[in-house]
Ligand binder design. Structure first.
Ligand code: CP
Length: 338
């Protein structure tokens, strides 16, 4: 058939195509090369990621789990530090987006033979990856890796700097459960000094119009946290009735050179979530934890497992569930940005 007689496709874009076009319009030209921190994302960009995650979650509920956003794109996961939730959900997200995906265990790589990080990344770069997802114990390591590769680097948690996709899935969960973040009060409890989760959440919630209070022993609250937008409180019982969501952080024994409080038992007495504190919360409040949990330290098992009824709701496994959709959104946006 001659070209001029071929029927033109005059159909309007499908709902999904239209959604992606609108997202691209919002994002294009502004998306940083790498997804390293919430600090450098705008409210508009964060909302765009959450909107796309919502789209993926709704599609999954309708049985559409697999997508082709990253078809033909190569994704390398490199986890220099242990992980259960983040690593698994990035792998699942990459597979659901049809990426060609590899996971490198650094201890089984040539790093163990003395190869430098720079040489390792430049050799991986030679294979032409489109995305690298990196977790590292050193703050700033994913940023350094990003300088050695043209691939978009996604920070899966670096030292005590940031854990951007954790904060995005936390914000997604609060929005899903409470309807919005604007005006909502997030209370973050515990080991703020060593927590990349706290830093990313402070930036995310403040940018989205929420307010954040950090609570813990003074020895675990770093100076300058107010400059990031959070308030500071040392008395958990005073602040609990005013919280819309309370996030308990893990005591990170691996990042503390010495204990910053007299004993674990004393920490739990003053900052652990128990039945009495649960009763002091608003009935619609959310109880969150990024995991992994030290059961009986930050949170009593009956609350961690959501066994108490008629009051504040534990959403720890909702956070994990939402991690897949949120990481799909991040991989899709950064993977298609080149
Ligand atoms: N929340 C979190 O980062 O958990 P993992 O260390 O298991 O990935």
């Amino acid at each position: 058939m001659p070209a001029h007689k071929k029927k033109l496709n005059t159909n309007p874009p499908s709902q999904a195509e239209g959604f992606f076009l609108a997202l691209k319009e919002k994002f294009t030209g502004k998306l940083p090369k790498d997804c390293l921190e919430i600090k450098s994302l705008s409210r508009n960009q964060i909302e765009t990621i959450l909107d796309l995650a919502q789209e993926f979650k709704e599609k999954e509920a309708r049985g559409q789990k697999k997508h082709e956003d990253l078809k033909g794109k190569a994704l390398i996961n490199i986890f220099f530090e242990p992980s259960t939730r983040t690593r698994t959900s990035f792998e699942l997200a990459g597979r659901r987006l049809s990426a060609d995906m590899m996971t490198i265990a650094p201890q089984a790589s040539s790093l163990s033979k003395g190869e430098s990080l720079k040489d390792m990344i430049e050799n991986l770069e030679a294979m032409g990856p489109d995305l690298m997802v990196v977790r590292h114990a050193a703050s700033g390591a994913p940023g350094l890796i990003a300088s050695y590769t043209k691939a978009a680097v996604v920070n899966a948690g670096d030292g005590s700097h940031e854990h951007p996709t954790q904060a995005l899935l936390d914000a997604f969960t609060v929005k899903e459960k409470l309807g919005e973040i604007q005006g909502k009060h997030l209370v973050i409890v515990g080991d703020i000094s060593y927590s990349r989760v706290a830093r990313s959440n402070i930036y995310a919630f403040c940018k989205l119009g929420g307010k954040v209070t950090c609570v813990g022993p003074a020895t675990l609250i770093p100076p300058g946290i107010e400059k990031m937008g959070a308030k500071v409180e040392t008395d958990l019982d005073k602040i609990l009735p005013h919280a819309d969501a309370v996030m308990f952080l893990r005591i990170q024994k691996e990042r503390q050179e010495k204990m910053n409080f007299p004993s674990i038992a004393e920490y739990t007495r003053f900052y652990g979530m128990n039945r009495t504190r649960w009763a002091a919360l608003k009935k619609e409040a959310l109880i969150m934890h990024p995991g992994p949990i030290n059961r009986g330290v930050e949170i009593e098992p009956e609350i961690a497992d959501g066994r108490l009824e008629g009051g504040a709701q534990t959403v720890i496994l909702d956070q994990v569930k939402n991690g897949t959709a949120v990481r799909m959104a991040v991989l899709s946006l950064w993977g298609r940005s080149k």
